[in-house]
Structure formats: structure tokens, C-alpha cells
Design a protein around this ligand. Structure first.
Ligand code: ATP
Length: 347
């Protein structure tokens, strides 16, 4: 029996290693194949290591576990968006007679029925679902994702047997509360990371200078903020307000807030900023949160954080009032006209 563990590993951390080792042990797997994605579906483009660097970092990081775990480069070689179903089909050809267990965290399992061809995935493999802090294991059939419920024959709270003969096994970990997003932030802010990444991965990150605040492409963050404000204005963003936080106690130097008339409008405003900044500055954000939902999208450019709200949600938080109440915060006056190259025609 072979375990399959995919992810972006940006970077590989102790939570990933713990998951592979614990499931390997609990299910008595002969091998776990760890497969770094070329590009994970639905993940926004961000600044950071190339797929080849993530692959190399994962290989370096898993050398001490080579007795159980092998790192496979098929998704990086395939390029494009890495759909698990394609990977499983190719693994099936390599291992026609093996039982495969796709290992995923509970955070992934809750959305599993939105994965491309998830029904086919369930024919190709069993699932091993691991615990993650803040996510509860299902207790009964009615707690399983709705689309899966009618595919289950029996569920005893630990293992669900499906009509098609596959099973979903739930494996409780000694949880390591860590996410790659948090680790990237820690590297950018020069905070300790030893609790979250192993020495091998840390050495690789430092040698390659990964996850540094991506400031090199922006020489003046005030102009950069003005540029983002202009993009939002051009797309009919509502009540755009920028702030200089350099003399305030804050993690970023500048911030701006804007809203859209709907969650869709907010998502498209965020998308417009990301696209225009990429075109004008050649820069992807360091991190993006909430873009799909469009209620409160946070685009992190290191020294500038952009908040795009659905206007209704913005009223709940009133961030600008919090900032204005802080000592040293200066409101920016919107001045820069949008450079010609970045004028976006309205859709
Ligand atoms: P990000 O914060 O960028 O989303 P991540 O570490 O959650 O990163 P991936 O590297 O794509 O994301 O995760 C790959 C797999 O590892 C997923 O199945 C995820 O559920 C699982 N995973 C991630 N962190 C942990 C953890 N701390 N414990 C157990 N499983 C984890």
C-alpha cells in the first residue's frame, strides 16, 4: 500500500512531514510518494520560489525520511495547473496493482467534492484524511461533505466504505499547528522558524534567499500605493483611502482600503490590482487571501497591504477608523494619474 501526498510545499514544513510519517505508520504503508505541484488549482499567483526550487527544497527536506518517503517530480515536469486526477491516472499506470491512499488534510477534505473529477479520484484511490487544528472530524454520515454522503455504504466515525469499493480513513495526528502561509510571513519578518521547518529546509531557504520582502522591484512604495489607488479608481472602486503608516506601529509601511458594490466587484477589483501591478512592476503579491469569496480580499505586497472589501462587510470592520485613531498615521491624498500603459478598459 502506497501513500500519495501532494501540495505546493511552499515551503515543506513539519506539519507535512508529520502527516506523511503518521499516516505511513497508522496504515502500515510501504512507501509515501510526495509530489510537489507545479501550480495548485485555485491558488493565486504569488512571488516566491519557482516550481523547480520547491521541488528541490522538498527533496532536500525529505532526505532524512528517505526510508519511507520518495519525492516525485511528475507534476513539475508536466507543467500547468496540477490536477490530482491526472497525477493519479499516471500513478495508476506505474502501480497497476497497488492500493493507493491519497493523503489530504481535513481542511482539504471539506472541499473535496469541488476537486476536478473527484468521483474519478475516488475510483483511483482510497483517501486518508488527517486532522488539522480548527477542523473537526466528521462523527456521522451527515457530517461528511454533502456530495459524498450518498456514495457511502457504512461509516463508523473512523472509516467510510464507499459503494465503489474505495474507502476514506480518518487519521488523528499529533497536530502540528503550522501553515506555509505563516512560515513565509515569519521569514519575511525575520522571526524564528525552527519550530516549523527542519534544518535542511531552513538551509535551502537561506541559501537561495527565498521569502524575503520582495521590495527590490519597487523603489518607492508611496508611488506604488498611488498606482494601486489609481487602478482601483479606474475600476470604480468605492471610497478609496490610502494611509502612510511609517510612523505608526504597523507591520507594513502603507495600506489602502477600498470597496466594491458586490463580492464579485470586490474580487474583480483585487484581480485588476494584481494584474496591473504585475504588468507595471513585474511583481506578484507575497500573499492573497479571500479573493474567491470577495468579502474581504487582502493583497500583501510587503510594504503595502491592500484591503478590498464588499462595501457591506467593510462597514462591519471600519478599518480606516482604527487606523486614523492611531498615532503617526497619515492619510494619503490621491494624486497620481494612472500611467498610460496601465489604463484598463472597463468591462
Ligand atoms: P498554505 O498555508 O500555503 O495553504 P499548506 O501548508 O496548508 O500551505 P500545502 O503545502 O498545499 O498547504 O499542503 C499540502 C497538504 O498538506 C494538504 O493536504 C494540507 O491539508 C496538508 N497540511 C498542510 N499543513 C498541515 C499541517 N500542519 N498538518 C497536517 N497536514 C497539513
Amino acid at each position: 500500500m502506497i501513500g500519495i501526498f501532494g501540495g505546493s510545499f511552499d515551503p515543506l514544513h513539519r506539519g507535512h512531514i508529520n502527516s506523511m510519517l503518521s499516516v505511513g505508520h497508522a496504515l502500515n504503508l510501504s512507501q509515501v510518494i510526495c509530489i510537489p505541484a507545479h501550480q495548485t488549482p485555485n491558488r493565486p499567483m504569488t512571488e516566491g520560489p519557482t516550481p523547480a526550487e520547491r521541488l528541490e527544497m522538498t527533496k532536500e527536506g525529505l532526505k532524512p525520511q528517505s526510508y519511507l518517503i520518495t519525492v516525485d517530480d511528475r507534476e513539475v515536469r508536466r507543467g500547468g495547473i496540477s490536477y490530482t486526477v491526472d497525477t493519479l491516472e499516471s500513478l495508476r499506470q506505474d502501480y497497476p496493482d497497488e492500493e493507493l491512499f491519497l493523503i489530504i488534510g481535513m481542511d482539504q477534505f471539506v472541499n473535496f467534492s469541488q476537486w476536478r473529477d473527484y468521483e474519478k479520484i475516488l475510483k483511483l484511490t482510497h483517501l486518508a484524511v488527517t486532522s488539522r487544528p480548527d477542523f473537526e472530524f466528521p462523527q456521522g454520515l451527515e457530517d461528511l461533505p454533502v456530495d459524498l454522503q450518498d456514495k457511502v455504504d457504512v461509516f463508523d466515525g473512523k472509516e467510510a466504505l464507499l459503494h465503489n469499493g474505495s474507502k476514506i480513513v480518518f487519521v488523528q495526528l499529533q497536530d502540528v499547528a503550522v501553515s506555509a502561509t505563516e512560515i513565509r510571513r515569519r521569514y519575511r519578518q525575520n522571526l524564528p522558524t525552527a519550530k516549523f521547518v527542519t534544518p535542511e529546509v531552513d538551509a535551502y531557504i537561506r541559501e537561495k534567499g527565498l521569502y524575503q520582502a520582495g521590495q527590490s522591484k519597487v523603489d518607492n512604495f508611496e508611488n506604488f500605493t498611488q498606482f494601486c489607488m489609481a487602478v482601483l479608481e479606474n475600476r470604480n472602486g468605492i471610497n478609496i483611502q490610502g494611509f502612510d503608516l511609517r510612523e505608526a506601529q504597523s507591520l507594513s509601511e502603507y495600506t489602502l482600503v477600498c470597496s466594491g458594490t458586490s463580492t464579485r466587484h470586490a474580487s474583480s477589483l483585487a484581480e485588476a490590482v494584481i494584474k496591473a501591478v504585475k504588468e507595471e512592476y513585474g511583481l506578484w503579491p507575497l500573499n492573497v487571501e479571500g479573493q474567491k469569496e470577495g468579502r474581504w480580499v487582502v493583497i500583501d505586497y510587503g510594504s503595502l497591504i491592500v484591503h478590498v472589501f464588499y462595501d457591506f462587510v467593510r462597514l462591519e470592520y471600519r478599518l480606516e477608523e482604527l487606523w486614523q485613531a492611531q498615532k503617526g498615521v497619515k492619510a494619503l491624498t490621491f494624486q497620481s494619474p494612472l500611467p498610460q500603459s496601465s489604463v484598463i478598459t472597463q468591462r
